[in-house]
Ligand binder design. Structure first.
Ligand code: B12
Ligand code: SF4
Ligand code: SF4
Length: 312
């Protein structure tokens, strides 16, 4: 039995690699004891802002066995999106690099589906569900348990060999596997670069991000007006923000992604400040076809650009 588990785990990891995943680790499906009081405190302080979906399914979010029938193992995976390409006009409103190419939800879902198919083909009937982002699953907690890295003071999951510019996702399956050693070491040490650099002081304490102050929330998740207290503080970001990762010393180990779907759209990199300010809905639809930027809709992106312009 133990031999089977080892062989299956090895097979899953090698198939994940073939599909282009940067990491694959496996954790036992269990209750997230350490995270429970922290998530509760975060919600009590309203750090979710208007992301009310974070208030739902509290118990399921902390225990995947309540989310997926007969869940035994969490296969945690990372997909690299790092690129050194950048927007050519340095005064143009900025977009986070995770959104330069195609929507990662679609790219990752397709890969997870393929991985589950191979598992079923080579191991036998395995029940499993694929998760990326939106479901009540604490992606970073599982990645940490699966040995992929530690959660840094900027609250991103960081790997000592590859930095943090990668997405996380999971396959939750109903078979026992060979489990990786959870990451327990914290490699932040005395560093506070991310806390010092955050333009909106959203990292309110080491390891705690007040979501409602984060530029990523203000430019993507918030549907209402951006509060005036953030005037002059947005560091010219119009969609997401990379600051706390750009300054992180561990990101000097980031490697370029080779995912065709994530290659930046030419127009996105070449548009200048004036063109962004004058963007029409037609141009938006063309530039952001199948892009995560669609989440803000044209009106949201316009609001963000206008907010930056009026902030001077
Ligand atoms: C909600 C959300 C957001 C919110 C809130 C951010 C946040 N930190 O939670 C907003 C919109 C602001 C956001 C922004 C971003 N996000 Co986001 N987000 C999520 C989402 C959907 C849920 C995260 C969550 O559960 N938050 C709840 C809080 C309680 O969790 P937490 O902040 O991690 O809190 C933990 C720590 O604070 C810790 N803790 C608390 N107290 C203490 C004390 C001590 C001593 C210690 C050690 C720890 C500790 O315990 C808490 C519970 O685990 C996940 C996807 C998912 N399903 O997991 C993606 C996710 C976390 N986001 C991701 C990304 C890429 C981003 C951005 C970089 C995007 C961008 N460029 O604009 C920014 C980064 C901002 C940042 N510094 O966190 C990736 C992270 C990948 C990685 N390598 O870590 C994820 C996993 C999406 C994905 N599928 O890849 N995000
Ligand atoms: S993504 Fe930007 S605004 Fe959000 S915590 Fe990091 S540095 Fe601060
Ligand atoms: S910038 Fe420094 S403190 Fe922040 S996550 Fe990276 S190593 Fe940790």
């Amino acid at each position: 039995m133990q031999q089977n588990r080892q062989a299956y785990s090895k097979l899953i990891k090698s198939e994940a690699k073939k599909l282009g995943f940067l990491f694959c680790g496996i954790a036992k499906a269990d209750f997230l004891e350490e995270e429970a009081p922290r998530l509760e405190a975060w919600l009590k302080k309203d750090m979710q802002g208007e992301m009310h979906y974070m208030e739902n399914y509290f118990d399921k979010r902390l225990d995947p066995r309540l989310l997926v029938d007969d869940a035994k193992s969490i296969i945690s995976l990372g997909l690299n999106y790092y690129t050194e390409q950048a927007q050519s006009d340095s005064s143009a409103p900025k977009i986070s690099k995770y959104a330069y190419g195609a929507d990662y939800h679609h790219v990752i879902k397709a890969k997870l589906k393929q991985l589950l198919e191979v598992i079923n083909e080579k191991i036998g009937e395995v029940g499993g569900r694929a998760f990326v982002d939106s479901a009540p699953v604490l992606d970073k907690a599982w990645a940490k348990r699966a040995g992929l890295g530690w959660v840094g003071k900027n609250t991103n999951l960081i790997n000592t060999k590859k930095g943090s510019f990668f997405f996380l996702c999971e396959l939750i399956v109903d078979i026992e596997l060979d489990y990786d050693v959870p990451s327990t070491a914290d490699h932040c040490g005395t560093c506070t670069r991310c806390i010092d650099a955050c333009p909106t002081e959203a990292i309110v304490a080491p390891y705690i991000v007040d979501g409602s102050r984060c530029i990523s929330y203000l430019t993507i998740e918030l549907k209402d007006k951006i509060p005036t207290e953030f005037h002059g503080k947005m560091d010219n970001w119009m969609f997401g923000c990379d600051v706390c990762q750009d300054v992180c010393p561990w990101n000097r180990f980031s490697v370029l992604n080779h995912e065709q779907a994530f290659q930046p759209k030419e127009e996105l990199l070449s548009m200048n400040q004036r063109e962004w300010e004058d963007i029409t809905e037609d141009v938006f639809q063309k530039v952001f076809k199948d892009s995560p930027v669609k989440r803000t809709k044209f009106s949201g992106l316009k609001r963000n650009i206008e907010f930056l312009r009026s902030s001077g």
